[in-house]
Design a protein around this ligand. Structure first.
Ligand code: SAM
Length: 367
């Protein structure tokens, strides 16, 4: 494509109610530096206009690596017998949440593998304790659960929920998630939205069998779902998984997906994920922040456990002290002319979209 053609396609994607798959595929294929500059520049313009220059911080606590699932890409999958499993106590989680709050960060993300034995009532008490003591926003990321459990946690004060679709292609999803159901994942997302959670979804870039068309469809899935938060992260191979021998997801392709996600979703919060910071042993998160992202997620999992939350190898900051994180994030933001925003960073989507959610919106039937 020529530069002016790229610009025309980008304008069309931006203006469309539902962007054309072929248009997005064409943009995902762009390799020329100048044309990439047009894409990232457009995403940055949209980011500046809709979410501003602030970089929001979310302190993540990985409270358990126990998992019942066998996702083909994930080091936590239950067949990985080499991984030492752990689950923090309620006291350890609340203490880690205090560290998040002491660092001035007003969102605590509680993430875990998908545990059969996770006691919903126990988690409810943890949420209540954090809300009552610290008053921070609580984001949950504990996978697929029953609607009643989501409701219980919402009533306890949880504000947000992250559940990536990973891939919006049902066939590819089934191949990578033995024993799991694409329909149930979508059911969960629908329940979360209906219950009033600020809801985030996202995908992995570079999965075996994934095409540019799949990625374009993921971006349409984000648009249809009208999510408050959207993420795109590179797949990183883990040696104890069926995808051990596969190449990692491509950084530039991931940045292109982030840029398109920004352009179509306007004001969703989009992280420069830790996987982007870990991919090549170099921290490439500033490049994601310069391609439309506006969130960083420093890790507050207590040191003895952090190394065991090994979804992929060589994860960034595993040896860092959480107290240093805020300063490091400030430096990263300043280096690209931005600033850390210590506010809660709630959803910028004003209208309630629960009413418009149905299976078709989530793209089960329509593509
Ligand atoms: N179990 C919860 C769920 O399903 O949402 C949360 C935990 S799960 C480990 C968190 C995220 O890790 C997943 O959404 C997935 O995208 C990411 N992940 C797992 N393995 C990965 C890999 N090899 N490379 C990059 N990201 C990975």
């Amino acid at each position: 494509m020529t530069g002016s053609r790229v610009q025309t396609v980008l304008d069309r994607i931006y203006a469309a109610d539902m962007p054309d798959l072929a248009d997005m595929e064409a943009v995902l294929r762009v390799e020329d530096r100048g044309e990439l500059g047009l894409l990232f520049g457009f995403a940055e313009k949209v980011r500046r206009e809709y979410v501003g220059d602030g970089v929001l911080l979310r302190g993540i606590i990985e409270f358990s690596n126990v998992c019942r699932n066998t996702c083909a890409y994930c080091g936590l999958n239950r067949l990985n017998s080499r991984l030492r499993r752990y689950r923090l106590t309620a006291e350890e989680i609340v203490s880690a949440a205090e560290n998040v709050s002491l660092a001035g960060i007003q969102t605590v993300v509680l993430q875990s593998g998908e545990e059969d034995n996770l006691d919903a009532e126990w988690l409810r008490q943890v949420i209540e304790e954090i809300k009552c003591r610290l008053g921070v926003a609580v984001t949950l990321c504990v996978g697929e659960r029953r609607r009643e459990e989501y409701q219980m946690w919402k009533e306890a004060g949880a504000d947000r929920y992250l559940l990536k679709i990973e891939t919006s292609d049902p066939a590819l999803y089934r191949e990578l998630h033995p024993g799991m159901s694409f329909e149930n994942r979508v059911r969960c997302l629908r329940d979360l939205v209906e219950l009033g959670y600020q809801t985030g979804s996202g995908n992995l870039v570079g999965l075996r069998g994934q095409t540019l068309r799949h990625l374009a469809a993921d971006i349409r899935f984000f648009k249809r779902g009208h999510f408050d938060m959207v993420s795109a992260s590179p797949f990183i191979p883990h040696p104890q998984t069926p995808l051990a021998g596969e190449p990692a997801g491509d950084l530039t392709l991931t940045l292109k997906v982030i840029a398109l996600a920004r352009i179509v979703s306007r004001n969703a919060h989009i992280p420069a994920s830790t996987a982007i910071g870990s991919l090549h042993g170099r921290d490439e998160r500033p490049r994601a922040l310069a391609a439309g992202a506006n969130v960083l997620m420093p890790n507050f999992t207590p040191a003895p456990y952090r190394q065991y939350y090994e979804i992929y190898p060589n994860k960034r900051c595993v040896g860092e002290e959480p107290v240093r994180c805020a300063a490091c994030m400030e430096q990263m933001a300043a280096a690209i002319g931005r600033r850390v925003d210590y506010s809660r960073g709630d959803s910028l989507k004003s209208e309630s979209h629960a009413d418009s959610m149905n299976a078709r919106d989530m793209g089960i039937y329509a593509k």
